[in-house]
Structure formats: structure tokens, C-alpha cells
Design a protein around this ligand. Sequence first.
Ligand SMILES: [Zn+2]
Ligand SMILES: [Zn+2]
Length: 478
Amino acid sequence: MVDVREGKDQRKLINDLSSLLQDGASLGIQVEGLPLVEVELKKASCREKARTVYAARKSLDFIEQLLSEAVVLHIDEEKLFAEITEILSTARCWEKRASSILASETQLYDLKDLVRMSVNMDAVLPSLEGIENTISSAETWLQKSEPFLSVASSTASSPCSLLELHVLKDLVSQSKSLSVQLQEPMILETLLLNCERWQCDNHQLLQETEDLLDGAKIDDGMDITILSKIMDLITRVDSARKSGLSLGLNFDELPKLQTASLKLGWCCKTILLSSTSLSSELLEDVGKPSLQNIQQHLKEGQTLKINPEEYYLGKRLVELQDTGLEWAKRARKVVTDSGALALEDVYELISEGENLPVHAEEELQALRARSMLHCVCRKPYNSRSMVSCSQCGEWYHTYCVKLHWKPKAYVCSACCPVTPQIDAPRSMEPETPSLNHRRTRKVATDAEIKDLRWQNRKRVKRTAKRSPQVHILPWFFT
Ligand SMILES: [Zn+2]
Ligand SMILES: [Zn+2]
């Protein structure tokens, strides 16, 4: 378009004309050709100025000024100026389009088109910088909004990372200053609206929970309607929490709702547990609460930072627990006393345990086993080696019936006084005597053994013939 050689020629021409003009002026006389040289110099300078348009982008004002100079000098028809006129007209055209796009509902793709077109323009476009900034802020906004947009469009109930509400609020307010038309701000506005509505509903729900929990504190379990109220509120709280999670934002209310639901559940269970021990009018056939259940329940209350003493029925549960634990402590002591406590007292303890307002099944079972006396020594089961009579089912300590090994089958003296041992080997290997071995042990006479059979039948009702409820005992012996 513009070649370098031509440029050098132009500069040489300007130099020559300038010195010619100086020379003419120094003559001190009127020279006829001098104005002509002056005009030629102006033309050459104008052309030289025109060439700078190609070297670096110039402002539209500069180009306009240049072209009007060319018109005055009658050189505007020259190819160089015709090309520059074309540059100006394209640039003006671009500017016109830009201002019309910016004036109406500006779309991001229109702005991007303008920027793409501007790459081929040889002039500084006044609106370009603003447009580039608009695009950049819109894109930054879209990028930041991305996670919220995907949360708003997705149907997933629990997104992996929870987003912050204040960020959403910021994005919605920033979207007001975006100078482009986007669908996305509307989506975020709807999301924010839903969030705020959800928060408002929850505020009410949490207040309701507080009121109901206060009511539960003075509840004495006589009015069953409180249960249905609590159940209904739990359902509503849980459903609110679920819809909050589906919004995908990190709400302060979410953990509050979870705690509310757990506390209401705790109250519900407190009523159920204590009602069964208070009276059977409310809930028939439920039976006494177990000590284990009450302990577990009070522990759950602790993790929820609930003080059971603040609740009428909670206090009742603590009392039940204390009563149960006190009895269970005594029961455990007796279970491991190796028969020290008289059988009558054991029976009394069992009856006391059966009449407690709480159910301590494990201890009761262990005490019942403890009330079964075995062998010729009339002692409860202990960890010593025992053998069962294959006929009467009675259990004997091997050391009490003088067995130094455990036979495959054994018939006791009471059942078969003549042949007390079956399968007994003629000779047996000597065993290392235990520490207790040296103690003189009272060995039952045959008459005592006969007597024992009847004693056992009268005193203890045996349900299991083979095992003296050994399966529940190891817990007490460990
Ligand atoms: Zn014994
Ligand atoms: Zn027997």
C-alpha cells in the first residue's frame, strides 16, 4: 500500500523544498516562484503526515483534520488519501454500529463481534475500550456465578460443596451494573428469592420448635396430644431441611433444623419411655422401659446438650435410671459372690428386680442363673470345670465328684449309685495339681447325693436341662 522508498523520497522532497524556501526568503527580494514552493512543501508535509496513519493507529479526529487539509491542498483525490478516507468511513461505520448496540438491549455476542471486527481497523476506536471492559466484567461475573447457576439448574438434592448465601447476594447486586443483557442474572435472582423465602419459613419453624420444647418441659405425660404435635413438627422440620439442602447453599439454619429435629425426637422418646413406666393408660402393652434404653436415651440427650432435669418427664427418667442402676449394682455383686448370699435372699433380690419400674433383663437373667445351685457342693455355676449327668441333667464340678478328666458321658451317683462312672479309663495320667488341690475338700456322701436330686427339683424350676444358662454368664466373669 505504502512503500518505504516512497517515504524516503517524500522526506527528501520536504528537505529540498524547505531549504529552497529558506534560500528564497534570504534573498530579501520578491521571488515569483516562492508561493508555489510553499504550497508544494505543504502538500509534501500533508502526505508525510498521512503516512503516519499507517505506522500507528491514529484517532478519528486526527484523520479528519488530515483529510480536510488534503481537501484544501486539492490532493484528497490521491490514492493515499482515498485509502485514508476509506479507513475513516469504516471506523465511523463501526462506531455507529457500536453506539446503536450499546443503546439498545446489548447482547454479549454482539459486543464480541464488534471486538472481532475492530482487529482490522487502522484507527483508534473511541468505544472499543469501554466495550472490552463490558465484556470482561460480564465474563468475570458469569465465571463467578457458574456454581450457583449449576445449582439452580440441577435437580440433585445434595451438591458436593455448599455455596455461601452472601456470595449469591453480591452476585445479584453486581449483575445490576452489567451493561449486557444476560439470562443468568434472572436465574440467580430467582434462586436468591427462593432462599430468602425458605429462610423466612424456617424462622417460623424454629420458633415453633422452641415453643413446643418449652411446652414439653412441663408435660407430665398425661396429655397424649403433645406426641402428635411433636411428630407433626418433626415431619415439617425434616422436610424443610431437605428442601434447604436441595437449594444447594450453606445456610446457618440447616444445622439448627437438624438439632431441632433431634431435640424434638428426644422429647418424643422421653414421653414414650416414661409413659410406659408411669401408667399403662396411655400406651397399652408396651411394657416397662429397659434400663439400657433409658441410659442410651439420656446419653443421646447429653450429646444434644439437653439437661433432662429441665423436663418433668426427663427428671422421671433420671430417677428410673438411678433406681435401676442401684439395683443392678447389687445384683452384679451377688452374681459373682460364688454362692455367698443365701438362696432366699437371692430370690428376694430377683423379686425386687422384677418389680422395678425399669427392666434390667441382663442382671435378672444372671441372678436367675445364680439362684440355680448345682453339684453336691450346692454352689452356683462358676468357671470351674463341670460335667452334666446324661440322665438327670444336673451339673457337677469334676473336682467335687472326683473326676480328674471330663468324660464323654457321665451318670451321677444319684441316678446310678452303683456305677457312677462310664467310659472311665482304668488308669489315667497324673495331672499337675492346682493350687487349691492341697485344700481338704468336703466330698459328699452317697446319702447326700441322693438327697441333692430332690432338693434341686423342689427349689429350682429348671427350664433348660443341659446348660445352666452358661451363655449369659461369661460377661460377669470377665
Ligand atoms: Zn461342686
Ligand atoms: Zn444324674
